[in-house]
Design a protein around this ligand. Structure first.
Ligand code: ASP
Length: 482
């Protein structure tokens, strides 16, 4: 592993990847919209860049400008190569998600040997997740009511955006209808697997959590002579998976660069202009949550200071931002919380997978702002009762939001309908959704880390900063310096 050693800390390398990725992405984005495309007679560069046949045929009516043609093809190649690298990295993380949850939970619960403690950790985790989500939506609602972003969008812009994104908005509404067709009982039943192998092959995190808990509990009920080798096997497999995460993490800066290049290159920056106040309201609310509320709670309820908290979890935050998926980020979040923050494996292996699935503070906050924004655009005044309904439905909707890109806006449809806000409004905000998705996912992951810290601390399962440093320096562990 020594050939990968770097003196620069992982979070700085990832941040460098992010910044460079934004610059490179903007460059490609500029080529998208520059006269290059006009010269080529291409009206939708994304279609052009996506399709080989279209690319061959897309020459200007007056003949091909060789220089422009070369520029466009190079831009296409760079964008697609980056998409490939980013996707490869995401595959690696998804590869690790199910085994890490299963092995570490089974090993953790078996060695814990204390069902009462397990119940306590579970109770604290769920209650804290619900409270923080409700706080997040309230911050979103407050910000939207004070700033009134909906009043900054002229009716013509609203109508133009609505027409432009109508088709994709209809898709989201259909997605929401499918979600709603499932009753609360179905959703609750879906937590419990009927076939553990199917749960694993389909990557259903909550079901895999249940499998891990059951296996771990069964092990505690067996005679030690029989269970010991199995517990050791699960622990050994956990260590194997953690090593794989560490190897994958070495490539995180390159992956973050690649993921960002692709996103920024595809971004429709023109839309941003008319929705800037709305975007700033969402981002401002998320920033308050991430940089004020969470660290304040951590400071009050644990011995972890501001700097230590962010230094430990920033790789997960930056990866969540780049990938817009808290599910895919989960193995890295677990690694950061356990190895860099010092929360025990027992607590981490339960709190993080559950959080990645049900705790979506950023998504809930975003849904609060978006609901009020759309209502304001349609000149609807929301009463206090309606806003409280939003708090309730957005809390439930965020629990039901899958930890993958773009689902928050699908669940927003349910929130809007609960207070009769026109769902056509979704079309207006679709153009900037990816950007906000990246920000809210980062907040979702930070929330999970915060809850893991306070549960770990309350259970006396949190290392001091010195202990973390000593554990990471152990030669036995041979950590790459992440
Ligand atoms: N992308 C978010 C996540 O994975 C979910 C969403 O808000 O769309 O956490």
């Amino acid at each position: 592993m020594s050939m990968f050693k770097s003196r620069v800390a992982l979070h700085w390398r990832i941040l460098a990847g992010l910044v460079l990725g934004v610059v490179a992405g903007l460059l490609i984005n500029t080529l998208w919209t520059s006269t290059t495309w006009d010269t080529l007679g291409v009206h939708d560069p994304k279609v052009f860049l996506g399709g080989g046949v279209a690319a061959e045929q897309s020459t200007s009516p007056g003949g091909t400008n060789e220089y422009a043609d070369f520029t466009a093809r190079s831009a296409r190649f760079v964008r697609n190569a980056n998409e490939f690298v980013g996707d490869l990295f995401m595959q690696g993380l998804k590869f690790i998600a199910v085994p890490i949850v299963l092995f570490s939970l089974a090993a953790g619960v078996a060695s814990l040997n204390d069902t009462a403690k397990l119940g306590r950790i579970g109770g604290k985790t769920i209650v804290t997740y619900l409270i923080t989500t409700a706080v997040a939506i309230s911050i979103g609602l407050l910000a939207a009511n004070v700033v009134k972003p909906g009043k900054y969008v002229p009716v013509e812009t609203r109508d133009a955006l609505e027409a432009q994104y109508e088709a994709s908005a209809t898709e989201k509404v259909t997605g929401a209808n499918e979600q709603r067709a499932r009753s609360t009982w179905d959703i609750a039943l879906d937590i419990f697997p009927s076939n553990p192998f199917k749960s694993m092959s389909e990557g259903k995190t909550l079901q895999v959590v249940v499998v891990g808990l059951l296996v771990g509990m069964a092990l505690t009920l067996m005679p030690t002579k029989e269970s010991d080798p199995l517990v050791q096997w699960f622990q050994g497999m956990t260590n194997v998976v953690i090593k794989i995460v560490e190897v994958i993490l070495i490539f995180a800066p390159i992956a973050v660069f690649a993921l960002i290049v692709k996103v920024v290159a595809d971004l429709g920056l023109e839309v941003l202009g008319s929705l800037v106040v709305y975007c700033l309201t969402v981002v401002g609310g998320l920033a308050v949550m991430m940089f004020l509320v969470y660290p304040m709670v951590v400071r009050v309820m644990t011995p972890i200071g501001y700097r230590r908290f962010f230094k430990a979890i920033s790789p997960a935050q930056l990866l969540a931002f780049s990938s817009a998926s808290s599910g895919a980020t989960m193995p890295v979040t677990m690694e950061c919380v356990e190895k860099r923050l010092g929360v025990s494996e027992d607590v981490t292996s339960f709190v993080i997978p559950v959080g990645a699935t049900i705790n979506m503070d950023g998504t809930a906050l975003y849904q609060g702002v978006a609901a009020v924004f759309i209502a304001q655009m349609f000149n609807m005044d929301l009463t206090l009762a309606q806003q409280l309904t939003i708090v309730l439905t957005a809390t439930l909707a965020s629990i039901g939001t899958a930890a993958v890109p773009g689902v928050g806006i699908v669940m927003l449809v349910i929130v809007l309908e609960s207070v009769k806000i026109p769902v056509e409004g979704i079309a207006v905000i679709l153009g900037v959704d990816r950007l906000l998705d990246m920000c809210r996912t980062s907040c979702n992951v930070t929330g999970d880390c915060m809850v893991a810290s306070i549960v770990g601390s309350s259970e006396n399962e949190l290392m001091s900063e010195a202990e973390v440093a000593a554990a990471r320096a152990k030669p036995l562990d041979e950590h790459p310096p992440l």
